[in-house]
Design a binder for this molecule. Structure first.
Ligand code: FAD
Length: 394
């Protein structure tokens, strides 16, 4: 039997986060918008470190900290469906808030010494990490990366450049993926933990809408000890893929559900109050149809996200779902932003509108963590090779 029912606990979590978003996060939207207008054009500014920490402390007082962190580190280790519910609620605001105690999952592969240096201080918010896979010549085709790490008497010597790295210009260490061609596998890629103090530098990249201080990273004979290897030599991608599939299935996609929901709410409100040629937008057939289309986009997206989250919660292999969900929901969210903006007219195009902000910020959802084309190629490959049966969801 299929039950589309939340447990009492899930409902309570969702309602608490919803109130938190409405009472604590949404009031900051006008602050960020004002900051952007006064700061001129450029990337959408995010919260300052101090604002983020203050909000994280308020959330922690409500019991929300380390929502995806294993309990052995003091986290709540919530199941994927509950995580999706939380991300959906957070997605209802343009403010990019993250709970405290959240870390890139690759860090769970740290050995005991690495835990003390990287994992635990990052959980506590004392250190900032970034994950660097992409390069100017290899984005989707990540395995074509050219950054190398070569062993010498003291450890490893790293050379190369990474680009488009989220928090790359502010991180104090990087989870770095580099080719290790002298280690028995010419295509081997290994993961390293590299402090900024080791000598890598960075430069900011101005982008359309992201708030996360995107940067390029430069490695010029950067030396690290043998203990900098995360996990096993030549097995670097083992540490990247679980994070990427999770993002696709029920983190980024769930956030996009929240954005779609809020844009539809705002559009309904706008259409009920805006008269053109003596008639409310809400009474015009084309607007009524358009609003109904938005609801179809949201509901179909929502079913896909929660199906993938439920499969992940059951411990199933949800990689096919993750690619399907990401390719569908990223595009649906952009269609909703475009339509919502159109119905708002010039007001939707104004900086003071959150719809304008989403119109820019959501565009990247179709590019990172697997572009539309990459996810669609994965979906088709799974079908052609028989890894997944068409439409098989149960
Ligand atoms: C805001 C932002 C944050 C990011 N954060 C990070 C980060 O923290 N760490 C990190 O390592 N990277 C990060 N990235 C990089 C991101 O992962 C890459 O941008 C992404 O993998 C796409 O690579 P690319 O931009 O080089 O495009 P390309 O790979 O050059 O692709 C260009 C176009 O070709 C299409 N294409 C690619 N392959 C195929 C194919 N086989 N068939 C048909 N079409 C194809 C793509 O879909 C795209 O439309 C970030 C990017 C952005 C924009």
């Amino acid at each position: 039997m299929i039950e589309f029912v939340l447990s009492d606990e899930q409902r309570q979590v969702r309602d608490t986060i919803r109130r938190f978003v409405e009472n604590e996060i949404m009031p900051l939207e006008s602050v960020l918008i004002r900051r952007e207008i006064e700061g001129g054009h450029g990337a959408s500014p995010g919260l300052t470190g101090g604002e983020m920490r203050a909000l994280q402390e308020k959330a922690q007082a409500l019991g929300f900290w380390g929502i995806d962190l294993p309990s052995e580190y003091g986290g709540a280790d919530l199941d994927p469906v509950t995580q999706a519910l939380i991300h959906e609620e957070l997605g209802r605001s343009i403010v990019d808030f993250q709970f405290g105690g959240s870390v890139l999952p690759a860090l769970f592969s740290c050995d005991e010494a690495q835990k003390d240096t990287y994992l635990l201080p990052t959980i506590q918010g004392e250190r900032v990490s970034c994950i660097a896979i992409s390069e100017s010549g290899s984005g989707s085709d990540a395995k074509a990366m050219r950054t190398t790490a070569v062993r010498d008497a003291d450890g490893w010597v790293i050379n190369g450049e990474k680009t488009w790295i989220t928090r790359g210009d502010i991180a104090d260490y990087v989870i770095l993926f580099a080719r290790t061609p002298n280690e028995g596998d010419p295509n081997g890629i290994t993961c390293f933990l590299v402090d900024r103090d080791a000598g890598w530098t960075s430069a900011p990249i101005p982008v359309m809408g992201s708030r996360d201080k995107i940067g390029s990273l430069f490695f010029n004979d950067v030396r690290v000890p043998g203990t900098a290897v995360l996990g096993t030599v030549n097995r670097g991608f083992d540490h990247a893929m679980p994070f990427i599939y999770r993002n696709r299935a029920f983190v980024l996609s769930a956030k996009n559900l929240g954005a779609m929901t809020r844009m539809i709410e705002l559009t309904l409100e706008w259409a009920k109050g805006r008269k053109v040629f003596g008639k409310l937008l809400a009474d015009r057939d084309n607007i009524v149809q358009a609003v109904a289309e938005l609801e179809l986009e949201l509901r179909s997206s929502k079913l896909m996200v929660y199906h993938a989250a439920a499969k992940a919660a059951q411990g199933g292999d949800y990689r096919h779902e993750a690619c399907t969900v990401k390719a569908y929901v990223a595009r649906a969210a952009n269609r909703v932003a475009d339509r919502a903006l159109q119905i708002h007219g010039a007001m939707g195009y104004a900086k003071e509108s959150v719809v304008e902000r989403w119109y820019r910020d959501l565009r990247v959802e179709r590019i990172y963590d697997g572009s539309d084309e990459v996810n669609l190629a994965n979906v088709a490959r799974n079908l052609f090779r028989g890894y997944a049966r068409p439409g098989d969801m149960f």
